[in-house]
Design a protein around this ligand. Structure first.
Ligand code: FES
Ligand code: FES
Length: 224
């Protein structure tokens, strides 16, 4: 990516400001309006060009042109309408924005989208497909329902993606380790016991399944 050099001919920010021409607070944000303020074309001309980026998100291929400062979280929510991923702190501290990128869990609020060219991304909307059940739920989503592992639900998409990402890592040995490895995902409703129970159910049942000998091997070597 070419380096962005800030322009040198901008006005001195320390110069006194003529407040008589400044819009009032009401003019800046008219009641009921969410429209952004108009962009000065001269200022816009100084901005770096959008960068072409391609991504696969929940199995769908996207060709995008993105400004270099757009986070993956804002891209998902504001541009692609994938609002299942939540914005909590926007500072990498709560885990509400966790998504899975190339199999690994990351905080989307800390990720610049242009850094993920050609990435394969899964959000909470795509977890069912990830489990081979595009019309239904991922087993972890079902376990959250069965264990009543949420109250307001705001942290839940991040908890789910984080747990799915953890299942791609070396398996945790017990519930205490699950608790530690999910500690980047905060639940302000404190539904932690149920969350740990739901994740444990899926993680440990998968491990038991993986450890079971294949059916053809059962009985091999036993007396006839
Ligand atoms: S919104 Fe990303 S960690 Fe809180
Ligand atoms: S269920 Fe409310 S924040 Fe976790």
């Amino acid at each position: 990516m070419p380096a962005y050099n800030p322009p040198t001919d901008v006005a001195n920010e320390d110069a006194p400001v003529d407040t008589s021409t400044q819009p009032t607070a009401l003019e800046q944000t008219p009641q009921g309006s969410t429209a952004p303020p108009p962009i000065d074309p001269a200022a816009e001309a100084l901005l770096p060009e959008p960068i072409p980026v391609q991504m696969r998100i929940n199995g769908v291929d996207y060709q995008l042109r993105l400004r270099p400062w757009v986070t993956l979280l804002d891209l998902l929510r504001d541009r692609l309408d994938l609002t299942g991923t939540k914005k909590g702190c926007d500072h990498g501290q709560c885990g509400a924005c966790t998504v899975i990128v190339d199999g690994r869990r990351i905080n989307a609020c800390l990720a610049l989208a242009v850094a993920y060219d050609c990435a394969d991304i899964t959000t909470v909307e795509g977890l069912g497909s990830l489990a081979g059940n595009p019309e239904g739920l991922h087993p972890l989503q079902q376990a959250f329902i069965d264990c009543d592992a949420f109250q307001c639900g705001y942290c839940t998409p991040g908890q789910l993606c984080s747990a799915v990402g953890m299942m791609n890592e070396p398996a945790p040995v017990n519930a205490a380790e699950i608790r530690e490895r999910m500690s980047g995902n905060i639940c302000r409703c404190a539904a932690y016991p149920q969350i740990v129970e739901a994740v444990s159910r899926v993680v440990f049942s998968q491990r038991e399944t993986a450890e079971e000998p294949p059916a053809a091997a059962v009985g091999q070597g036993e007396p006839q």
